[in-house]
Design a protein around this ligand. Structure first.
Ligand SMILES: Nc1ncnc2c1ncn2[C@@H]1O[C@H](COP(=O)(O)OP(=O)(O)OP(=O)(O)O)[C@@H](O)[C@H]1O
Length: 272
């Protein structure tokens, strides 16, 4: 379970995140919503410790994440994988090598670059790609793939870190509608089938409502809504997005079909 206690991040005198307290149970798919500048990215980055809170605490189980440094901090970053809008792949390297870079948290990156991985590690990377329907592209250069395919490689790279949590910061912002669905389906897949907690910043309210178990709405750095998607009224959406509300509503993705949690070979279910 991830717990945020009064987490604040200030830049100069301004609170980008302002006293956020949240409890996220293992296995939840959480959508963080709100207009540009609401503090969504800053919040996610603090969970991964890419940024340090000015005050407050972040705990995972009994571990105070905010107090970690050195090797324990690197270990936390491995357990708490990040997916970015721009994929952050090495375009000239093949897909499998990119996925193996996820092992750099556990092994020296040079081993991945020199392709010095064990059969077991290679099987794990292929299994991660397979679970996202990308294994057939393992030998292809990353830069030759579509945006949706590249983002699925980034998710596979996150998966071989064997994370408890995946933090996705606007993962579909650069994608067209078809690839948006492919990537959101992939995030839902790792949540439902591998039991990984997913916390996803999304600009589109309809996507957030279609895919997430819970929505956390932010405005001015504060949490102003925290409930199941069905509880989000148009009035609250307008409060969250103001004039943007018309843009963020109305691009509905078909509601995904809930599926039973089944462990995939090669990956431990979170918490097991
Ligand atoms: N490194 C920084 N230095 C100064 N101000 C920052 C920094 N990072 C973020 N901010 C400010 O903090 C506030 C929250 O930014 P943040 O990027 O977290 O919002 P967001 O909700 O993720 O927005 P977007 O959807 O546009 O990414 C903004 O006012 C932003 O300008």
């Amino acid at each position: 379970m991830l717990r945020l206690e009064g987490v604040t991040k200030s830049f100069g005198g301004k609170h980008a995140v302002d006293g956020v307290s949240l409890v996220v149970p293992t296995g939840q798919m959480v959508g963080v919503i709100g207009r540009s500048g609401a503090g969504k990215s800053t919040l996610l980055r603090m969970i991964n410790r890419l940024g340090d809170p000015t005050s407050g605490r972040i705990l995972f189980g009994d571990t105070d994440i905010t107090a970690l440094s050195g090797r324990p901090l690197r270990a936390w970053r491995a357990r708490c994988a990040m997916i970015f809008q721009q994929f952050n792949l090495a375009g000239r390297l093949d897909v499998l090598t990119n996925v193996m870079m996820g092992r750099a948290f556990h092994l020296p990156a040079t081993r991945a670059l020199l392709k010095m991985w064990s059969d077991d590690e290679k099987a794990q990377a292929l299994s991660a790609l397979e679970s996202l329907d990308m294994a057939r592209m393992a030998g292809q250069r990353a830069e030759t793939l579509s945006g949706g395919q590249q983002q699925r490689v980034a998710i596979a790279r996150a998966l071989i870190q064997q994370p408890d949590i995946v933090l996705a910061d606007e993962p579909i912002a650069s994608l067209d509608p078809r690839n948006t669905k492919v990537v959101m389906d992939a995030l839902q897949h790792i949540n439902r089938h591998l039991g990984i907690t997913v916390i996803c910043n999304l600009h589109s309210l309809d996507l957030a409502r279609g895919y997430c178990d819970r929505l956390v709405g932010m405005a001015g750095g504060r949490v102003v809504f925290d409930d199941v998607p069905a509880a989000l009224t148009e009035g609250t959406a307008r409060e969250l997005y103001g004039l943007e509300a018309g843009d963020v509503m109305g691009h509905a993705a078909p509601p995904p079909v809930p599926q039973p949690a089944v462990a995939q070979p090669g990956f431990a279910l979170a918490g097991s």
